[in-house]
Write a new protein. Structure first.
Length: 264
């Protein structure tokens, strides 16, 4: 039996203030993910687990016909509320589960799932569904937090030293390298690649940002002059692209593999 909070609104995790490294991470994650859809006039894009709809709105602003699929009644309501004062084309909002998408095979030119797959209880079926509803030659874009990033590894090493060698407690109450309680999956590059390759022909795997959540990193970036912190986060971002296995976020782009699993 599936037990899910359909009134969840994510207000507890939406940042109210951004440090330079956080701003860089979220901006780059959004830019890379949305650009990978190649959305534009005449294209049809599905935003899976669309949340409060900010990405759906951005894709619609590019001229695409956008559908946001989201099971949470409250988040769908918030998305509609946020869109009220917008001008121009609007997304369509649909209540739906990622692993049982209510669309025909090949309905979309592109499908994205940004920052949500670790909340799914059946991510492999969700990817298969995204591949099914995306046309042959279309694009499926998956963006997910990497729990084996450089920051997670450094944080774990620091806490192990404090606890095992010094007998002290961890630096933070919630350790950044542990998946939160509302996550089903602790993703890293090999796992997301393996899950995606079952339903997708992978075209690219890109890393976004490096260092976010590393002990002391955010505080240091916040204290530096804006020009210095900007150079630092951009330099770390280049390292993240070079070594996606150590990046803060992993973006996988692929095209559907048509089989009995994705063409039914």
């Amino acid at each position: 039996m599936r037990v899910v909070d359909l009134d969840r609104d994510m207000s507890d995790v939406i940042p109210t203030g951004l440090t330079p490294d956080s701003e860089f991470l979220f901006d780059q994650m959004t830019e890379i993910t949305l650009n990978a859809t190649q959305a534009g006039p005449g294209t049809r894009v599905l935003d899976v687990a669309s949340g409060v709809g900010q990405d759906s709105l951005s894709l619609a602003e590019r001229g695409a016909t956008v559908v946001g699929a989201e099971p949470s009644h409250r988040m769908t309501g918030m998305a509609q509320l946020f869109a009220e004062d917008r001008e121009g084309p609007m997304p369509f909002w649909v209540r739906g589960w990622a692993d049982r998408l209510p669309f025909d095979t090949g309905s979309f030119d592109a499908c994205i799932c940004k920052g949500a797959m670790d909340h799914f209880d059946a991510p492999d079926r969700a990817i298969a569904e995204m591949a099914r509803v995306t046309r042959e030659g279309g694009r499926v874009v998956l963006a997910i937090a990497n729990f084996e990033s450089l920051a997670c590894r450094v944080g774990r090493a620091v806490d192990d030293f404090r606890q095992d060698t010094l007998g002290w407690g961890p630096v933070r109450e919630r350790r950044g390298y542990d998946a939160p309680s509302d996550h089903f999956t602790r993703y890293e590059i090999d796992l997301i690649r393996d899950q995606a390759s079952a339903s997708l022909k992978i075209e690219s795997v890109e890393g976004v940002s490096m260092g976010w959540g590393m002990p002391g990193w955010s505080k240091t970036m916040a204290r530096l002059p804006e020009s210095a912190s900007g150079r630092a986060v951009r330099w770390m971002g280049r390292l993240g692209r070079q070594w996606p296995q150590l990046s803060d976020v992993i973006v996988v782009v692929g095209s559907p593999l048509r089989s009995s699993r994705t063409s039914a």
